[in-house]
Design a protein. Structure first.
Length: 369
Protein backbone atom coordinates (compact mmCIF):
# COMPACT_ATOMS: atom_id res chain seq x y z
CA UNK A 1 0.00 0.00 0.00
CA UNK A 2 1.23 3.49 -0.86
CA UNK A 3 0.35 5.82 2.01
CA UNK A 4 0.58 9.62 1.82
CA UNK A 5 1.65 10.73 5.30
CA UNK A 6 0.86 14.24 6.50
CA UNK A 7 2.76 15.63 9.48
CA UNK A 8 2.05 19.27 10.39
CA UNK A 9 4.33 21.11 12.80
CA UNK A 10 3.93 24.50 14.41
CA UNK A 11 5.39 26.29 11.36
CA UNK A 12 6.30 23.55 8.89
CA UNK A 13 4.76 20.63 7.05
CA UNK A 14 6.30 17.24 6.28
CA UNK A 15 4.80 15.14 3.51
CA UNK A 16 5.89 11.68 2.44
CA UNK A 17 4.75 8.69 0.43
CA UNK A 18 5.56 5.42 2.19
CA UNK A 19 5.35 2.31 0.02
CA UNK A 20 5.55 -1.00 1.85
CA UNK A 21 7.37 0.56 4.79
CA UNK A 22 9.89 2.40 2.58
CA UNK A 23 9.83 6.18 2.08
CA UNK A 24 9.43 6.61 -1.68
CA UNK A 25 9.18 10.42 -1.70
CA UNK A 26 9.23 13.20 0.86
CA UNK A 27 9.01 16.97 1.06
CA UNK A 28 9.54 19.43 3.89
CA UNK A 29 7.62 22.70 3.54
CA UNK A 30 9.56 24.92 5.95
CA UNK A 31 7.23 27.92 5.93
CA UNK A 32 3.79 26.38 5.68
CA UNK A 33 1.11 28.93 6.62
CA UNK A 34 -1.38 26.42 7.99
CA UNK A 35 -4.10 27.31 5.49
CA UNK A 36 -3.28 26.61 1.85
CA UNK A 37 -4.09 23.18 0.38
CA UNK A 38 -1.79 23.55 -2.64
CA UNK A 39 1.15 21.69 -1.07
CA UNK A 40 -0.94 18.64 -0.22
CA UNK A 41 -2.70 18.43 -3.57
CA UNK A 42 0.49 19.08 -5.52
CA UNK A 43 2.48 16.45 -3.65
CA UNK A 44 -0.25 13.82 -4.05
CA UNK A 45 -0.51 14.54 -7.78
CA UNK A 46 3.28 14.33 -8.23
CA UNK A 47 3.61 10.90 -6.58
CA UNK A 48 0.77 8.64 -7.71
CA UNK A 49 -0.80 6.34 -6.90
CA UNK A 50 -1.92 7.12 -3.36
CA UNK A 51 -4.06 4.42 -1.75
CA UNK A 52 -4.66 6.16 1.60
CA UNK A 53 -3.75 9.28 3.57
CA UNK A 54 -2.50 9.17 7.18
CA UNK A 55 -2.56 12.43 9.16
CA UNK A 56 -0.73 13.10 12.40
CA UNK A 57 -3.19 14.59 14.90
CA UNK A 58 -1.54 15.81 18.08
CA UNK A 59 -4.53 15.44 20.42
CA UNK A 60 -6.97 12.56 20.12
CA UNK A 61 -8.63 12.99 23.50
CA UNK A 62 -9.40 9.55 24.94
CA UNK A 63 -8.90 7.70 21.64
CA UNK A 64 -6.57 4.74 21.95
CA UNK A 65 -6.37 3.73 18.28
CA UNK A 66 -6.30 5.49 14.88
CA UNK A 67 -9.61 6.56 13.32
CA UNK A 68 -10.86 6.67 9.74
CA UNK A 69 -11.77 10.34 9.54
CA UNK A 70 -15.01 11.84 8.32
CA UNK A 71 -16.93 15.04 8.99
CA UNK A 72 -18.24 13.70 12.30
CA UNK A 73 -14.87 12.70 13.71
CA UNK A 74 -13.32 16.00 12.57
CA UNK A 75 -16.04 17.88 14.46
CA UNK A 76 -15.30 15.83 17.59
CA UNK A 77 -11.56 16.48 17.31
CA UNK A 78 -12.15 20.23 17.16
CA UNK A 79 -13.03 20.00 20.86
CA UNK A 80 -9.31 19.44 21.51
CA UNK A 81 -8.22 22.66 19.77
CA UNK A 82 -7.99 24.61 23.09
CA UNK A 83 -5.67 21.89 24.44
CA UNK A 84 -3.25 22.01 21.50
CA UNK A 85 -3.86 25.42 19.91
CA UNK A 86 -0.63 25.46 17.88
CA UNK A 87 -0.97 22.07 16.18
CA UNK A 88 -4.55 20.80 16.31
CA UNK A 89 -6.11 23.35 13.91
CA UNK A 90 -3.41 22.62 11.32
CA UNK A 91 -3.95 18.87 11.53
CA UNK A 92 -7.70 19.22 11.11
CA UNK A 93 -7.30 21.64 8.21
CA UNK A 94 -5.04 19.17 6.41
CA UNK A 95 -7.35 16.24 7.15
CA UNK A 96 -10.23 18.21 5.65
CA UNK A 97 -8.17 18.91 2.52
CA UNK A 98 -7.20 15.23 2.32
CA UNK A 99 -10.86 14.22 2.29
CA UNK A 100 -11.28 16.39 -0.80
CA UNK A 101 -8.40 14.86 -2.79
CA UNK A 102 -9.55 13.79 -6.27
CA UNK A 103 -8.58 10.17 -5.62
CA UNK A 104 -11.22 9.90 -2.89
CA UNK A 105 -9.03 7.64 -0.75
CA UNK A 106 -9.61 6.91 2.96
CA UNK A 107 -8.07 9.33 5.43
CA UNK A 108 -6.83 7.97 8.76
CA UNK A 109 -6.09 10.11 11.81
CA UNK A 110 -3.22 8.87 14.02
CA UNK A 111 -2.98 10.42 17.47
CA UNK A 112 0.13 11.35 19.43
CA UNK A 113 -1.82 10.96 22.66
CA UNK A 114 -2.78 7.32 21.95
CA UNK A 115 0.69 6.00 22.88
CA UNK A 116 0.08 7.27 26.42
CA UNK A 117 -3.52 6.06 26.76
CA UNK A 118 -2.50 3.38 29.26
CA UNK A 119 -0.74 5.69 31.71
CA UNK A 120 -1.26 4.44 35.27
CA UNK A 121 -3.97 6.30 37.15
CA UNK A 122 -1.53 7.78 39.65
CA UNK A 123 0.49 9.24 36.74
CA UNK A 124 -2.45 10.46 34.65
CA UNK A 125 -4.27 12.12 37.56
CA UNK A 126 -3.69 15.74 38.59
CA UNK A 127 -4.05 16.63 42.30
CA UNK A 128 -7.12 18.77 41.59
CA UNK A 129 -10.71 18.66 42.91
CA UNK A 130 -12.52 15.56 41.67
CA UNK A 131 -15.48 17.62 40.47
CA UNK A 132 -13.12 19.54 38.17
CA UNK A 133 -11.46 16.40 36.90
CA UNK A 134 -14.78 14.71 36.17
CA UNK A 135 -16.55 17.72 34.71
CA UNK A 136 -13.75 19.18 32.61
CA UNK A 137 -11.76 16.07 31.72
CA UNK A 138 -8.61 17.30 33.44
CA UNK A 139 -5.96 14.60 33.15
CA UNK A 140 -2.47 14.04 31.79
CA UNK A 141 -2.49 12.90 28.15
CA UNK A 142 1.13 13.00 26.91
CA UNK A 143 2.30 13.74 23.38
CA UNK A 144 4.90 12.84 20.71
CA UNK A 145 3.52 9.29 20.71
CA UNK A 146 4.18 8.56 17.04
CA UNK A 147 7.83 9.53 17.40
CA UNK A 148 8.17 7.49 20.58
CA UNK A 149 6.63 4.36 19.07
CA UNK A 150 9.12 4.39 16.19
CA UNK A 151 12.08 5.23 18.42
CA UNK A 152 11.23 2.40 20.82
CA UNK A 153 11.10 -0.24 18.09
CA UNK A 154 14.25 1.06 16.42
CA UNK A 155 16.14 1.05 19.74
CA UNK A 156 15.23 -2.59 20.27
CA UNK A 157 16.75 -3.36 16.87
CA UNK A 158 19.93 -1.42 17.59
CA UNK A 159 20.42 -3.03 21.00
CA UNK A 160 19.34 -6.45 19.69
CA UNK A 161 16.89 -6.91 22.53
CA UNK A 162 13.12 -7.47 22.51
CA UNK A 163 11.02 -4.39 23.22
CA UNK A 164 9.29 -6.17 26.09
CA UNK A 165 12.58 -6.35 28.00
CA UNK A 166 13.66 -2.72 27.57
CA UNK A 167 13.39 0.08 30.11
CA UNK A 168 13.94 3.38 28.33
CA UNK A 169 14.00 7.11 28.92
CA UNK A 170 12.95 8.52 25.54
CA UNK A 171 13.65 12.19 24.76
CA UNK A 172 11.95 13.82 21.80
CA UNK A 173 13.94 16.99 21.21
CA UNK A 174 12.53 19.21 18.50
CA UNK A 175 10.70 22.53 18.64
CA UNK A 176 8.64 20.68 21.22
CA UNK A 177 10.40 18.69 23.93
CA UNK A 178 9.11 15.74 25.91
CA UNK A 179 10.68 13.00 28.01
CA UNK A 180 8.94 9.65 28.54
CA UNK A 181 9.57 6.50 30.56
CA UNK A 182 8.87 3.58 28.21
CA UNK A 183 8.94 0.13 29.82
CA UNK A 184 8.16 -2.98 27.80
CA UNK A 185 7.03 -0.77 24.92
CA UNK A 186 4.45 1.07 27.06
CA UNK A 187 4.42 4.63 28.32
CA UNK A 188 4.59 4.62 32.13
CA UNK A 189 5.18 8.35 32.67
CA UNK A 190 5.80 11.42 30.53
CA UNK A 191 6.66 15.07 30.95
CA UNK A 192 3.86 16.60 28.87
CA UNK A 193 0.37 16.55 30.34
CA UNK A 194 -3.09 18.01 29.69
CA UNK A 195 -1.50 20.18 26.98
CA UNK A 196 1.92 20.21 25.25
CA UNK A 197 2.94 23.11 27.53
CA UNK A 198 3.91 20.96 30.50
CA UNK A 199 7.41 19.64 31.09
CA UNK A 200 10.78 20.80 29.77
CA UNK A 201 11.51 24.22 28.26
CA UNK A 202 11.08 24.23 24.47
CA UNK A 203 11.75 26.43 21.46
CA UNK A 204 8.84 28.80 22.08
CA UNK A 205 6.87 27.07 24.86
CA UNK A 206 7.65 27.65 28.52
CA UNK A 207 7.28 24.13 29.86
CA UNK A 208 6.27 23.74 33.50
CA UNK A 209 6.07 26.96 35.49
CA UNK A 210 4.47 27.96 38.78
CA UNK A 211 0.70 28.04 37.98
CA UNK A 212 0.52 31.14 40.12
CA UNK A 213 2.40 33.13 37.47
CA UNK A 214 -0.41 33.38 34.88
CA UNK A 215 -2.93 33.97 37.67
CA UNK A 216 -0.79 36.83 38.97
CA UNK A 217 -0.45 38.37 35.50
CA UNK A 218 -4.20 38.16 34.89
CA UNK A 219 -5.24 39.47 38.30
CA UNK A 220 -2.60 42.08 39.11
CA UNK A 221 -1.46 43.37 35.72
CA UNK A 222 -4.57 43.13 33.58
CA UNK A 223 -3.16 40.87 30.87
CA UNK A 224 -5.83 39.12 28.82
CA UNK A 225 -6.21 35.36 28.61
CA UNK A 226 -5.24 35.46 24.93
CA UNK A 227 -2.11 37.52 25.74
CA UNK A 228 -0.97 34.99 28.34
CA UNK A 229 -1.80 31.98 26.18
CA UNK A 230 0.10 33.40 23.21
CA UNK A 231 3.11 34.23 25.37
CA UNK A 232 3.29 30.78 26.97
CA UNK A 233 2.95 28.96 23.63
CA UNK A 234 4.79 31.19 21.17
CA UNK A 235 7.04 33.67 23.00
CA UNK A 236 8.60 31.72 25.86
CA UNK A 237 11.19 28.95 26.08
CA UNK A 238 14.41 29.57 24.15
CA UNK A 239 12.73 32.40 22.24
CA UNK A 240 11.67 34.31 25.33
CA UNK A 241 14.95 33.76 27.14
CA UNK A 242 17.29 34.64 24.27
CA UNK A 243 15.34 37.20 22.24
CA UNK A 244 15.70 34.99 19.14
CA UNK A 245 13.17 32.96 17.15
CA UNK A 246 13.78 30.04 19.51
CA UNK A 247 15.49 27.95 16.82
CA UNK A 248 18.25 26.21 18.74
CA UNK A 249 20.72 26.82 15.89
CA UNK A 250 20.21 30.56 16.22
CA UNK A 251 20.59 30.41 20.00
CA UNK A 252 23.81 28.41 19.70
CA UNK A 253 25.24 30.95 17.23
CA UNK A 254 24.37 33.79 19.61
CA UNK A 255 26.04 32.01 22.50
CA UNK A 256 29.15 31.45 20.38
CA UNK A 257 29.31 35.23 19.81
CA UNK A 258 29.30 35.75 23.57
CA UNK A 259 25.64 36.73 24.07
CA UNK A 260 24.90 36.25 27.81
CA UNK A 261 21.13 35.88 27.24
CA UNK A 262 21.72 33.04 24.78
CA UNK A 263 24.04 31.36 27.27
CA UNK A 264 21.44 31.64 30.02
CA UNK A 265 18.74 30.33 27.64
CA UNK A 266 20.72 27.18 26.89
CA UNK A 267 21.66 26.72 30.54
CA UNK A 268 17.96 26.83 31.50
CA UNK A 269 17.02 24.55 28.59
CA UNK A 270 19.58 21.89 29.52
CA UNK A 271 18.91 22.12 33.26
CA UNK A 272 15.19 21.57 32.83
CA UNK A 273 15.74 18.79 30.31
CA UNK A 274 18.12 16.97 32.67
CA UNK A 275 15.62 17.35 35.49
CA UNK A 276 12.85 15.77 33.40
CA UNK A 277 15.19 12.95 32.35
CA UNK A 278 16.04 12.23 35.98
CA UNK A 279 12.34 12.17 36.88
CA UNK A 280 11.55 9.70 34.09
CA UNK A 281 14.51 7.55 35.11
CA UNK A 282 12.79 7.13 38.48
CA UNK A 283 9.61 5.96 36.73
CA UNK A 284 11.58 3.64 34.44
CA UNK A 285 13.47 2.21 37.45
CA UNK A 286 17.09 1.84 36.32
CA UNK A 287 16.73 2.44 32.55
CA UNK A 288 18.74 0.38 30.11
CA UNK A 289 19.10 3.28 27.71
CA UNK A 290 18.39 6.92 27.05
CA UNK A 291 16.95 7.40 23.57
CA UNK A 292 17.37 10.72 21.75
CA UNK A 293 15.19 11.54 18.75
CA UNK A 294 13.78 14.64 17.02
CA UNK A 295 15.41 17.33 14.92
CA UNK A 296 17.46 18.97 17.67
CA UNK A 297 18.73 15.61 18.94
CA UNK A 298 19.66 14.48 15.41
CA UNK A 299 21.49 17.58 14.22
CA UNK A 300 23.25 19.03 17.28
CA UNK A 301 26.15 16.76 18.37
CA UNK A 302 27.64 19.49 20.56
CA UNK A 303 24.40 19.92 22.46
CA UNK A 304 24.09 16.13 22.85
CA UNK A 305 27.54 16.06 24.44
CA UNK A 306 26.66 18.97 26.75
CA UNK A 307 23.49 17.24 27.87
CA UNK A 308 25.48 14.36 29.34
CA UNK A 309 28.22 16.44 30.98
CA UNK A 310 28.80 14.94 34.40
CA UNK A 311 27.67 11.47 33.29
CA UNK A 312 23.94 12.15 33.65
CA UNK A 313 22.17 8.86 34.59
CA UNK A 314 25.54 7.13 34.39
CA UNK A 315 25.72 7.80 30.66
CA UNK A 316 28.88 8.95 28.90
CA UNK A 317 28.94 10.02 25.25
CA UNK A 318 31.74 8.69 23.06
CA UNK A 319 33.09 11.59 20.91
CA UNK A 320 33.69 9.48 17.79
CA UNK A 321 30.30 7.78 17.93
CA UNK A 322 28.67 11.13 18.59
CA UNK A 323 30.18 12.59 15.40
CA UNK A 324 29.15 9.64 13.20
CA UNK A 325 25.89 9.44 11.21
CA UNK A 326 22.75 7.34 11.18
CA UNK A 327 20.81 5.55 13.90
CA UNK A 328 23.40 4.33 16.40
CA UNK A 329 24.71 3.88 19.89
CA UNK A 330 26.57 7.06 20.89
CA UNK A 331 27.54 6.13 24.43
CA UNK A 332 31.02 5.04 25.47
CA UNK A 333 31.83 1.45 26.37
CA UNK A 334 32.28 2.55 29.98
CA UNK A 335 28.80 4.04 30.12
CA UNK A 336 26.52 2.43 32.73
CA UNK A 337 23.46 3.49 30.70
CA UNK A 338 23.43 3.25 26.91
CA UNK A 339 22.62 6.34 24.84
CA UNK A 340 20.94 5.69 21.49
CA UNK A 341 20.29 8.21 18.71
CA UNK A 342 17.32 7.47 16.45
CA UNK A 343 16.22 9.52 13.44
CA UNK A 344 12.66 10.73 13.93
CA UNK A 345 10.54 8.81 11.41
CA UNK A 346 6.96 9.64 12.27
CA UNK A 347 6.05 8.99 8.63
CA UNK A 348 6.92 5.30 9.06
CA UNK A 349 4.67 5.05 12.08
CA UNK A 350 1.87 6.95 10.34
CA UNK A 351 1.99 4.55 7.39
CA UNK A 352 2.17 1.45 9.61
CA UNK A 353 -0.83 2.48 11.70
CA UNK A 354 -2.78 3.46 8.59
CA UNK A 355 -2.23 0.05 7.00
CA UNK A 356 -3.19 -1.75 10.21
CA UNK A 357 -6.36 0.32 10.55
CA UNK A 358 -7.51 -0.20 6.96
CA UNK A 359 -6.71 -3.93 6.97
CA UNK A 360 -9.51 -4.57 9.48
CA UNK A 361 -13.15 -3.80 8.77
CA UNK A 362 -15.57 -2.26 11.26
CA UNK A 363 -16.57 -5.72 12.64
CA UNK A 364 -12.99 -6.93 12.99
CA UNK A 365 -13.05 -8.82 9.71
CA UNK A 366 -10.50 -8.03 6.97
CA UNK A 367 -11.56 -4.98 5.01
CA UNK A 368 -12.50 -5.59 1.36
CA UNK A 369 -9.71 -4.94 -1.09
Amino acid sequence: MRVLTVNPGSSSLKLAVVDGGVVAAEEHVAEWDGVTRDELEGFAAAHPPVHAVSVRVVHGGDRTTPTVLDEGSLAELRCQVPLAPVHQPRSLTLARHALDLPAGVPVVGCFDTAFHAGLPAHVATYPLPRRWRDRYGLRRYGFHGLSLAHATRRTAELLDRPVRRLRLVCCHLGAGVSVTAVVGGRSLDTSMGFTPLEGAAMATRCGSIDPGIPLYLLREHGLSVSDVEAALNRNSGLAGLSGTSGDVREVLRSRARGDPEARLALDVYLHRLRREMAAQAVSAAEPDAVVLTGGVAEHQPGLRAELFDGALLGARVDPARNRATGDRLISAESSRTAVVLVTCREENELARLCEETLSVGPTGAPAPS
